[in-house]
Design a protein around this ligand. Structure first.
Ligand SMILES: O=C(O)CCC(=O)C(=O)O
Ligand SMILES: [Fe+2]
Length: 338
Protein backbone atom coordinates (compact mmCIF):
# COMPACT_ATOMS: atom_id res chain seq x y z
CA UNK A 1 0.00 0.00 0.00
CA UNK A 2 1.18 3.50 -0.74
CA UNK A 3 2.44 5.01 2.48
CA UNK A 4 0.17 7.79 3.59
CA UNK A 5 -2.79 6.65 1.52
CA UNK A 6 -4.82 5.77 4.63
CA UNK A 7 -7.52 8.23 5.47
CA UNK A 8 -6.91 8.15 9.25
CA UNK A 9 -5.95 11.39 10.87
CA UNK A 10 -3.49 11.69 13.76
CA UNK A 11 -4.83 14.54 15.84
CA UNK A 12 -2.38 14.53 18.70
CA UNK A 13 0.93 14.85 16.84
CA UNK A 14 2.65 18.19 16.87
CA UNK A 15 4.43 19.64 13.88
CA UNK A 16 7.96 20.79 14.85
CA UNK A 17 8.16 24.60 15.08
CA UNK A 18 11.68 25.97 14.74
CA UNK A 19 12.53 29.45 15.95
CA UNK A 20 15.12 30.76 13.48
CA UNK A 21 16.28 33.44 15.94
CA UNK A 22 17.83 30.83 18.26
CA UNK A 23 21.53 30.11 18.36
CA UNK A 24 22.66 28.68 14.96
CA UNK A 25 23.75 25.26 16.17
CA UNK A 26 20.41 24.79 17.92
CA UNK A 27 18.55 25.67 14.73
CA UNK A 28 20.69 23.25 12.66
CA UNK A 29 20.07 20.38 15.05
CA UNK A 30 16.32 20.96 15.11
CA UNK A 31 16.13 21.19 11.32
CA UNK A 32 17.98 17.91 10.81
CA UNK A 33 15.89 16.14 13.44
CA UNK A 34 12.65 17.33 11.82
CA UNK A 35 13.86 16.30 8.35
CA UNK A 36 14.71 12.82 9.66
CA UNK A 37 11.49 12.20 11.56
CA UNK A 38 8.71 13.85 9.55
CA UNK A 39 10.37 15.62 6.62
CA UNK A 40 8.37 18.68 7.56
CA UNK A 41 8.56 21.62 9.99
CA UNK A 42 7.45 25.20 10.47
CA UNK A 43 9.82 28.13 10.90
CA UNK A 44 9.02 31.27 12.89
CA UNK A 45 11.08 34.45 13.35
CA UNK A 46 12.33 33.69 9.84
CA UNK A 47 13.28 37.25 8.95
CA UNK A 48 11.07 37.59 5.86
CA UNK A 49 9.47 41.02 5.92
CA UNK A 50 5.71 40.87 6.55
CA UNK A 51 5.03 43.62 3.99
CA UNK A 52 6.58 41.48 1.23
CA UNK A 53 4.30 38.60 2.21
CA UNK A 54 1.14 40.67 2.55
CA UNK A 55 1.75 42.37 -0.76
CA UNK A 56 1.94 39.08 -2.65
CA UNK A 57 -1.14 37.71 -0.84
CA UNK A 58 -3.09 40.83 -1.67
CA UNK A 59 -2.06 40.80 -5.35
CA UNK A 60 -2.76 37.07 -5.63
CA UNK A 61 -6.26 37.45 -4.21
CA UNK A 62 -6.93 40.28 -6.66
CA UNK A 63 -5.65 38.18 -9.53
CA UNK A 64 -7.86 35.17 -8.71
CA UNK A 65 -10.88 37.49 -8.41
CA UNK A 66 -10.49 38.54 -12.07
CA UNK A 67 -12.78 37.18 -14.80
CA UNK A 68 -11.75 33.76 -16.16
CA UNK A 69 -10.92 35.08 -19.66
CA UNK A 70 -8.32 37.41 -18.14
CA UNK A 71 -6.78 34.72 -15.96
CA UNK A 72 -6.42 32.13 -18.70
CA UNK A 73 -4.53 34.60 -20.85
CA UNK A 74 -1.56 34.20 -18.48
CA UNK A 75 0.22 31.20 -19.93
CA UNK A 76 3.66 29.96 -20.82
CA UNK A 77 4.62 29.74 -24.47
CA UNK A 78 6.89 26.77 -23.78
CA UNK A 79 5.51 24.76 -20.84
CA UNK A 80 1.91 23.62 -21.32
CA UNK A 81 0.76 23.65 -17.69
CA UNK A 82 2.65 26.79 -16.63
CA UNK A 83 0.88 30.08 -16.12
CA UNK A 84 -2.73 30.05 -14.92
CA UNK A 85 -4.35 26.67 -14.34
CA UNK A 86 -7.72 25.51 -13.14
CA UNK A 87 -8.61 22.10 -11.65
CA UNK A 88 -5.98 20.10 -13.52
CA UNK A 89 -2.86 19.23 -11.53
CA UNK A 90 -0.14 18.09 -13.92
CA UNK A 91 -0.89 16.57 -17.30
CA UNK A 92 -2.01 13.07 -16.34
CA UNK A 93 -5.59 13.40 -15.21
CA UNK A 94 -5.15 14.56 -11.58
CA UNK A 95 -7.49 17.28 -10.49
CA UNK A 96 -8.63 19.16 -7.41
CA UNK A 97 -10.78 22.09 -6.36
CA UNK A 98 -8.02 24.50 -7.13
CA UNK A 99 -6.86 27.26 -9.40
CA UNK A 100 -3.25 28.32 -9.49
CA UNK A 101 -0.44 30.34 -10.99
CA UNK A 102 2.72 28.41 -11.73
CA UNK A 103 5.99 29.76 -13.08
CA UNK A 104 9.72 29.24 -13.16
CA UNK A 105 11.21 32.03 -11.09
CA UNK A 106 13.57 32.93 -13.95
CA UNK A 107 10.90 32.92 -16.69
CA UNK A 108 10.75 36.67 -17.23
CA UNK A 109 8.53 36.32 -20.33
CA UNK A 110 5.81 34.59 -18.31
CA UNK A 111 6.27 36.87 -15.31
CA UNK A 112 5.91 39.96 -17.48
CA UNK A 113 2.33 38.88 -18.25
CA UNK A 114 1.47 39.57 -14.60
CA UNK A 115 0.70 43.09 -13.45
CA UNK A 116 2.23 42.24 -10.06
CA UNK A 117 5.56 40.76 -11.19
CA UNK A 118 7.48 43.10 -8.88
CA UNK A 119 5.60 41.73 -5.84
CA UNK A 120 6.45 38.21 -7.04
CA UNK A 121 10.13 39.06 -7.54
CA UNK A 122 10.44 40.62 -4.07
CA UNK A 123 8.82 37.56 -2.50
CA UNK A 124 11.03 35.16 -4.46
CA UNK A 125 14.18 37.05 -3.44
CA UNK A 126 13.22 36.94 0.26
CA UNK A 127 12.17 33.29 0.30
CA UNK A 128 15.26 32.28 -1.67
CA UNK A 129 17.43 33.70 1.11
CA UNK A 130 15.46 31.74 3.69
CA UNK A 131 15.78 28.52 1.66
CA UNK A 132 19.54 29.06 1.34
CA UNK A 133 19.88 29.64 5.06
CA UNK A 134 17.94 26.46 5.88
CA UNK A 135 19.98 24.40 3.39
CA UNK A 136 23.29 25.76 4.69
CA UNK A 137 22.35 25.03 8.31
CA UNK A 138 21.29 21.54 7.25
CA UNK A 139 24.60 20.88 5.49
CA UNK A 140 26.56 22.10 8.50
CA UNK A 141 24.79 19.75 10.87
CA UNK A 142 25.25 16.85 8.43
CA UNK A 143 28.98 17.55 8.37
CA UNK A 144 29.24 18.27 4.64
CA UNK A 145 30.53 21.57 3.17
CA UNK A 146 28.04 24.32 4.09
CA UNK A 147 27.09 25.17 0.50
CA UNK A 148 26.60 21.52 -0.59
CA UNK A 149 22.88 22.01 -1.23
CA UNK A 150 22.57 25.76 -1.70
CA UNK A 151 25.16 25.81 -4.50
CA UNK A 152 22.77 23.61 -6.52
CA UNK A 153 20.15 26.34 -6.52
CA UNK A 154 22.34 29.43 -6.75
CA UNK A 155 22.88 29.60 -10.51
CA UNK A 156 20.66 31.47 -12.97
CA UNK A 157 19.58 28.22 -14.61
CA UNK A 158 18.39 26.60 -11.37
CA UNK A 159 14.95 25.10 -11.92
CA UNK A 160 13.05 26.77 -9.11
CA UNK A 161 9.32 27.37 -9.35
CA UNK A 162 6.71 29.40 -7.56
CA UNK A 163 3.18 28.13 -7.30
CA UNK A 164 0.32 30.21 -5.92
CA UNK A 165 -2.64 27.96 -5.09
CA UNK A 166 -6.14 29.28 -4.57
CA UNK A 167 -8.77 26.93 -3.19
CA UNK A 168 -12.10 28.75 -3.47
CA UNK A 169 -14.93 27.98 -1.06
CA UNK A 170 -17.22 25.21 -2.36
CA UNK A 171 -20.06 27.57 -3.28
CA UNK A 172 -17.72 29.39 -5.65
CA UNK A 173 -16.10 26.39 -7.24
CA UNK A 174 -17.33 25.98 -10.78
CA UNK A 175 -17.28 22.16 -10.79
CA UNK A 176 -19.92 22.30 -8.07
CA UNK A 177 -17.58 20.85 -5.48
CA UNK A 178 -18.17 17.25 -6.46
CA UNK A 179 -14.65 15.87 -5.94
CA UNK A 180 -14.66 14.15 -2.57
CA UNK A 181 -12.24 11.90 -0.76
CA UNK A 182 -13.53 8.35 -0.75
CA UNK A 183 -13.45 7.44 2.96
CA UNK A 184 -16.78 7.83 4.78
CA UNK A 185 -15.32 9.41 7.90
CA UNK A 186 -13.96 12.24 5.79
CA UNK A 187 -16.82 12.49 3.35
CA UNK A 188 -17.20 16.21 4.06
CA UNK A 189 -13.65 16.96 3.03
CA UNK A 190 -13.17 18.08 -0.53
CA UNK A 191 -9.97 17.27 -2.42
CA UNK A 192 -7.90 20.38 -2.93
CA UNK A 193 -4.58 18.81 -3.84
CA UNK A 194 -4.28 15.02 -3.80
CA UNK A 195 -1.51 13.28 -1.85
CA UNK A 196 1.99 13.51 -3.27
CA UNK A 197 5.60 14.29 -2.49
CA UNK A 198 7.32 17.33 -3.95
CA UNK A 199 10.01 16.21 -6.41
CA UNK A 200 12.53 19.04 -5.89
CA UNK A 201 15.09 19.61 -3.11
CA UNK A 202 13.02 21.64 -0.65
CA UNK A 203 9.69 23.46 -0.55
CA UNK A 204 9.03 26.64 1.42
CA UNK A 205 5.27 27.12 1.75
CA UNK A 206 3.04 29.74 3.28
CA UNK A 207 -0.71 29.85 3.70
CA UNK A 208 -3.29 32.41 4.72
CA UNK A 209 -4.79 30.95 7.90
CA UNK A 210 -7.36 28.68 6.22
CA UNK A 211 -6.79 25.01 7.09
CA UNK A 212 -6.38 22.10 4.72
CA UNK A 213 -2.81 20.82 4.64
CA UNK A 214 -1.99 17.38 6.09
CA UNK A 215 1.33 15.56 6.16
CA UNK A 216 1.81 11.82 6.47
CA UNK A 217 3.74 10.60 9.52
CA UNK A 218 5.88 7.45 9.79
CA UNK A 219 2.78 5.38 10.65
CA UNK A 220 1.06 6.57 7.49
CA UNK A 221 -1.41 8.70 9.47
CA UNK A 222 -2.35 12.18 8.31
CA UNK A 223 -1.22 14.96 10.63
CA UNK A 224 -3.12 18.25 10.23
CA UNK A 225 -0.87 21.29 9.78
CA UNK A 226 -2.57 24.26 11.39
CA UNK A 227 -2.23 27.24 9.13
CA UNK A 228 -0.22 30.05 10.66
CA UNK A 229 0.15 32.99 8.26
CA UNK A 230 3.19 34.28 10.14
CA UNK A 231 5.14 31.03 9.71
CA UNK A 232 6.65 29.21 6.74
CA UNK A 233 6.27 25.48 6.34
CA UNK A 234 9.31 23.67 5.01
CA UNK A 235 9.21 20.24 3.47
CA UNK A 236 11.89 17.88 2.26
CA UNK A 237 11.56 16.99 -1.43
CA UNK A 238 12.53 13.80 -3.27
CA UNK A 239 15.99 15.05 -4.27
CA UNK A 240 17.00 15.77 -0.68
CA UNK A 241 15.86 12.28 0.34
CA UNK A 242 18.12 10.85 -2.38
CA UNK A 243 21.12 13.07 -1.56
CA UNK A 244 20.90 12.15 2.14
CA UNK A 245 20.59 8.48 1.12
CA UNK A 246 17.17 8.15 2.71
CA UNK A 247 18.10 9.79 6.00
CA UNK A 248 15.66 12.64 5.30
CA UNK A 249 12.03 11.93 4.43
CA UNK A 250 10.37 13.41 1.38
CA UNK A 251 7.05 13.91 3.11
CA UNK A 252 3.74 12.90 1.53
CA UNK A 253 1.17 15.61 1.89
CA UNK A 254 -2.27 16.59 0.65
CA UNK A 255 -4.81 19.38 0.93
CA UNK A 256 -8.37 18.49 1.96
CA UNK A 257 -10.73 21.40 2.15
CA UNK A 258 -13.21 21.75 4.96
CA UNK A 259 -14.20 25.42 4.91
CA UNK A 260 -17.36 26.04 2.90
CA UNK A 261 -16.98 29.79 3.14
CA UNK A 262 -13.31 30.79 3.16
CA UNK A 263 -10.68 30.57 0.41
CA UNK A 264 -7.36 28.95 1.17
CA UNK A 265 -4.38 30.65 -0.42
CA UNK A 266 -0.97 29.00 -0.36
CA UNK A 267 2.30 29.97 -1.98
CA UNK A 268 4.93 27.31 -2.53
CA UNK A 269 8.53 28.02 -3.47
CA UNK A 270 10.06 24.79 -4.81
CA UNK A 271 13.83 24.83 -5.04
CA UNK A 272 15.28 22.72 -7.82
CA UNK A 273 18.77 22.52 -9.41
CA UNK A 274 19.62 23.10 -13.08
CA UNK A 275 18.23 20.29 -15.29
CA UNK A 276 21.64 18.78 -16.05
CA UNK A 277 22.65 18.46 -12.37
CA UNK A 278 23.56 14.92 -11.32
CA UNK A 279 21.74 13.82 -8.21
CA UNK A 280 22.63 10.80 -6.11
CA UNK A 281 23.49 9.88 -2.53
CA UNK A 282 26.35 12.09 -1.26
CA UNK A 283 29.50 9.99 -0.75
CA UNK A 284 30.34 11.50 2.65
CA UNK A 285 26.87 10.74 3.98
CA UNK A 286 26.98 7.15 2.76
CA UNK A 287 30.41 6.69 4.34
CA UNK A 288 29.32 8.27 7.64
CA UNK A 289 26.53 5.71 8.07
CA UNK A 290 28.49 2.86 6.50
CA UNK A 291 25.57 2.06 4.21
CA UNK A 292 25.34 1.20 0.53
CA UNK A 293 23.85 3.93 -1.68
CA UNK A 294 20.09 3.33 -1.71
CA UNK A 295 19.43 5.28 -4.90
CA UNK A 296 20.76 5.42 -8.43
CA UNK A 297 22.30 8.57 -9.83
CA UNK A 298 20.22 10.57 -12.30
CA UNK A 299 19.99 14.10 -13.60
CA UNK A 300 17.23 16.35 -12.30
CA UNK A 301 16.01 16.67 -15.92
CA UNK A 302 15.63 12.87 -16.22
CA UNK A 303 13.87 12.58 -12.88
CA UNK A 304 11.54 15.43 -13.64
CA UNK A 305 10.60 14.10 -17.08
CA UNK A 306 9.92 10.65 -15.65
CA UNK A 307 8.08 11.97 -12.58
CA UNK A 308 5.86 14.26 -14.59
CA UNK A 309 4.73 11.32 -16.74
CA UNK A 310 3.18 9.64 -13.66
CA UNK A 311 0.03 10.25 -11.66
CA UNK A 312 0.40 12.56 -8.68
CA UNK A 313 0.28 9.96 -5.92
CA UNK A 314 2.78 7.48 -7.40
CA UNK A 315 5.91 7.13 -5.33
CA UNK A 316 8.43 8.12 -8.00
CA UNK A 317 11.45 7.34 -5.85
CA UNK A 318 10.58 3.63 -5.74
CA UNK A 319 11.75 3.44 -9.36
CA UNK A 320 15.22 4.73 -8.47
CA UNK A 321 16.21 2.31 -5.72
CA UNK A 322 19.59 0.65 -6.26
CA UNK A 323 19.72 -3.10 -6.63
CA UNK A 324 22.65 -4.98 -5.08
CA UNK A 325 24.17 -5.60 -8.56
CA UNK A 326 24.07 -1.94 -9.46
CA UNK A 327 25.72 -1.15 -6.14
CA UNK A 328 28.58 -3.57 -6.85
CA UNK A 329 28.99 -2.11 -10.40
CA UNK A 330 28.93 1.39 -8.97
CA UNK A 331 31.66 0.47 -6.51
CA UNK A 332 33.81 -0.85 -9.37
CA UNK A 333 33.38 2.38 -11.31
CA UNK A 334 33.77 4.36 -8.09
CA UNK A 335 31.55 7.05 -9.51
CA UNK A 336 31.45 10.08 -7.24
CA UNK A 337 29.01 12.88 -7.70
CA UNK A 338 30.28 15.28 -5.09
O1 LIG B 1 -1.71 24.28 -0.68
C1 LIG B 1 -0.93 23.71 0.05
O2 LIG B 1 -0.87 23.92 1.23
C2 LIG B 1 0.02 22.67 -0.50
C3 LIG B 1 0.08 22.62 -1.98
C4 LIG B 1 1.10 21.65 -2.48
O3 LIG B 1 1.33 20.63 -1.88
C5 LIG B 1 1.86 21.94 -3.70
O4 LIG B 1 1.61 22.99 -4.34
O5 LIG B 1 2.74 21.12 -4.05
FE1 LIG C 1 3.20 19.71 -2.57
Amino acid sequence: MVKGSQQNVAVDQDIPIIDMSQERSQVSKQIVKACETLGFFKVVNHGVDQTIISRLDHESINFFAKPVHEKISVKSAIQPNFGYGFKDIGLNGDSGEIEYLLFNTNDSALLSQLSFSSAVNCYVEAVKQLAHEILDLTAKELGVPPNTFSKLISTVDSDTILRVNHYPPSDQFLSGGTTRVSDKSESLMRVGFGEHTDPQILTVLRSNGVEGLHVSNSDGLWVPVYSDPSAFCVNVGDLLQVMTNGRFISVRHRVSLTSETKSRLSTGYFVGPPLQTKIGPISALIAAKNQPPLYQTFTWGEYKKFGYSLRLQVNRLDMFYTSKDEYEDGKKNDEKIY
